[in-house]
Ligand binder design. Structure first.
Ligand SMILES: [Mg+2]
Length: 230
């Protein structure tokens, strides 16, 4: 990777530990609403949420559903499964409370600050996210990530989501980065890796769950590996 001058990071599930943060937020709401009266196992409940959430985000990234459907639809589906009384109204209330709590959660993947501190003097660092613009600011301010990045681009500003190459081309234009000098690091093979490849960038697939290796990209299991690779 000797040509690399610009590194573009994804945020959710790559630097910001979405699963850990959302689990904490949902556990708080679970207690607040005394959901243990209706739902036997929090572990199964949260596993269902994480799965349903990923399915919604995949559809959103492909442009199949809108923002409102991600925000509320994931909870409609979750509470329908658990047959909560009046589940539509409850899901909406829960979704609104969740979006107020979750972005303030502080957990990052191990090594995030150490790695960014190491990379900052050597490369130009940027962030490209499909996450919602109004929660992006809260997430990066609350975790002190903001100072590392020259460009912080929400795909919402572009009007299409990763993997649409327009998101990556816009990021390259805004940073005056050339594709062959640019590396994308992200957890989503579809959104981050395939999209960046179409824009001519090098890629590193962040694969902390050690799922089977995807074709045509290098991968890392931990962020700490970047200390040796870059
Ligand atoms: Mg991600």
């Amino acid at each position: 990777m000797k040509n690399v001058k610009h590194i573009f990071f994804d945020l959710d599930h790559t630097l910001w530990d979405f699963e850990k943060n959302s689990t904490e937020a949902i556990l708080e709401l679970f207690h607040q609403h005394e959901l243990h009266n209706h739902i036997e196992s929090f572990d199964l409940f949260i596993a269902d949420y994480q799965r349903i959430n990923i399915e919604h985000w995949d559809k959103y990234n492909r442009g199949e559903i809108d923002k409102r459907t991600v925000r509320y639809g994931r909870f409609y589906e979750l509470f329908a499964k658990y047959q909560l009384p009046d589940h539509i109204a409850f899901a909406e209330q829960f979704a609104d409370q969740y979006i107020l709590i979750s972005p303030h959660k502080p957990h990052l993947f191990p090594g995030t600050h150490e790695v960014l501190q190491y990379l900052k003097p050597k490369y130009k660092l940027h962030l490209i996210t499909n996450g919602f613009k109004e929660v992006l600011e809260i997430k990066i301010s609350g975790t002190n990530l903001k100072p590392y990045f020259d460009l912080i681009l929400s795909a919402e500003e572009v009007g299409v989501n990763k993997p649409n190459p327009l998101v990556f081309k816009t990021a390259l234009e805004k940073t005056s980065a050339l594709p062959h000098e640019s590396l994308m690091v992200g957890d989503s093979y579809e959104a981050d890796i395939l999209g960046a490849k179409k824009a001519g960038m090098a890629t590193l697939h962040f694969n902390p769950k050690r799922e089977p290796k995807k074709p045509d990209t290098n991968e890392i299991f931990t962020l700490g590996e970047l200390l040796h690779l870059l």
